[in-house]
Design a protein around this ligand. Structure first.
Ligand code: NAD
Length: 474
């Protein structure tokens, strides 16, 4: 197992406090890994700084070719990456290999093409006797900090547009899931010039904190909790760094009375529980019209009870455990507080799974009210709440009544109603009659406290570059 960090051109181990990397299926230690010390953090940033002038001046075509080489290398080692990710996150192997790995290499391929196809305003004489043109240039050294729910995919979302744009990067994976990032570091060391990407490991409070406060870092890109995003903003305000924030979510799912019930149930069984609900876009906050509510609760509860997990035959497993005992206990306490309410009924799940590992039973919480904690707060677990509504105006108000603004969906047979609602939902994405589907050509990112950074798509390339004006007097 590759456990060394990448600093400049060298692979080296950390020397500070050891972090235990756990297998969430068993709770056993996979490996103990010392985190980066202050000198290693400084050397990683210095290596990125030193690499920046040459890398930022390479042609778009050159960077594109290297991104394509990274994509090919990921595909060539897809099984090794998938095995490690499955081990470290507890995910079913076939799901990582089939769903995540193709999206990872496609992300590098998308940005390889995108950087050769950037558009902008035309050069021209906007002031008499002067020609103006717009450039999009690299920003500098980007500190990229990732969460534990999709470690390799988040790494791709952060690296590909940053590198395409001509930036250099210091990447810190989550301390809970560093394994695929370190394998990726080895792959990158064989493809990119020294210092263009550096990968260091460690806790948020130590290594992460040192990175976001580092005077030689020009931009911080983070996917994580809203509270962590606030810390990044506070740190950034001291030296006026650029920030790219992808924070939490609590996706509303509006099911109108005329929706196709079978399709809704199938969709919510998949999109509410994928990755055990540890997904910022998970279809977790359902609003069902009065006419469809009872049937939806009954059918969804039955469907959710059939979700397969912790099966000795991993090819049958549909969802992983939670990432840690702490996360599982957090999920359990949310459900317990909801279950204590008189108006709430837990129709399936609502308990820890017996046996080893950090499993929690897939759960449906019916009868929840708009003001309930289970409706308002991000649980980040295999738990979906269902709230009954009477009219479209009320449900639109409820759907928008939250601190989050990442993803939402509307399920209906009436395309007009779907378009009316989509136009009024204050979310970075609204799906109609589906949920959760992402493509590298389209942006992913939020409003409100979900943050404002865009991942994937040309918009991410804009986020990782700066528009500059050059004016020539004739
Ligand atoms: P987290 O905020 O605890 O950690 C995310 C990363 O930030 C980790 O690498 C961590 O080490 C680092 N970090 C923590 N404190 C830090 C500090 N003070 N300074 C610098 N770095 C610090 O989040 P998590 O628990 O790993 O991930 C779950 C959260 O991520 C959820 O809230 C989820 O919604 C969010 N998320 C959002 C998206 C999105 O695209 N919007 C995607 C995935 C996850």
């Amino acid at each position: 197992m590759q456990t060394n960090m990448l600093i400049g051109g060298a692979m080296e181990a950390g020397t500070e406090t050891e972090e235990q990397v756990l297998n969430p299926r068993t709770g056993e230690v996979i490996v103990k890994m010392p985190e980066a010390d202050a000198d290693q953090v400084n050397r990683a940033v210095a290596a990125a700084r030193a690499a920046f002038p040459a890398w930022s001046r390479t042609t778009a075509g050159h960077r594109s070719a290297l991104l394509l080489a990274i994509a090919d290398a990921v595909d060539a080692r897809a099984e090794a990456f998938a095995k490690l990710e499955a081990l470290n996150c507890g995910k079913p192997y076939h799901a990582v290999l089939g769903d995540e790995l193709p999206a990872v290499s496609d992300c590098f391929r998308f940005f390889a093409g995108a950087v050769r196809n950037m558009h902008g305003p035309v050069a021209g004489e906007y002031l008499e006797g002067h020609t103006s043109m717009i450039r999009r240039d690299a920003i500098g050294v980007v500190a990229s900090i990732a969460p534990w729910n999709y470690p390799l995919m988040m790494m791709a979302w952060k690296l590909a547009p940053a590198l395409a744009g001509g930036n250099t990067v210091v990447m810190k994976p989550s301390e809970q899931t560093p394994l695929t990032a370190l394998l990726m570091a080895e792959v990158l060391a064989g493809i990119l010039p020294e210092g263009v990407v550096n990968v260091i490991v460690g806790q948020g409070a130590s290594v992460g904190n040192a990175l976001i406060n580092h005077p030689e870092v020009d931009m911080v890109s983070i996917t994580g909790d809203v509270a962590t995003g606030r810390k990044v903003l506070q740190a950034a305000s001291r030296s006026v760094k650029r920030t790219h924030l992808e924070l939490g979510g609590k996706a509303p799912v509006i099911v109108m009375d005329d929706a196709d019930l079978g399709r809704v149930v199938e969709g919510l069984r998949a999109f509410g529980y994928y990755n055990a609900g540890q997904d910022c876009t998970a279809a977790c906050r359902i609003y069902a019209g009065r006419g469809i509510y009872e049937k939806l609760v009954a059918d969804l509860s039955g469907a959710v009870a059939s979700i397969v997990y912790d099966n000795p035959d991993d090819s049958l497993n549909e969802i992983p455990p939670l990432i840690s005992q702490r996360q599982r206990d957090r999920v359990a306490s949310f459900v317990q507080r909801a279950a204590d309410l008189k108006h709430v009924e837990v129709t399936t799940g609502g308990a820890l799974h017996e046996g080893s590992g950090f499993y929690y039973k897939p759960t449906v919480v019916a009868g929840a009210l708009q003001s309930d904690e289970i409706v308002q707060r991000e649980v980040f677990g295999p738990v979906v709440s269902i709230t009954r509504f009477d009219d479209p105006e009320t449900v639109l108000g409820w759907a928008n009544d939250t601190q989050y603004g990442l993803a939402s969906s509307v399920w209906t047979g009436d395309i007009g109603a779907a378009l009316r609602m989509s136009s009024r939902l204050q979310y970075g994405c609204t799906w109609v009659n589906t949920h959760f589907m992402l493509v590298n050509e389209m942006p992913h990112g939020g409003l409100k406290q979900s943050g404002y950074g865009k991942d994937m798509s040309m918009y991410a390339l804009e986020d990782y570059t700066v528009a500059r004006h050059v004016m020539i007097a004739h």
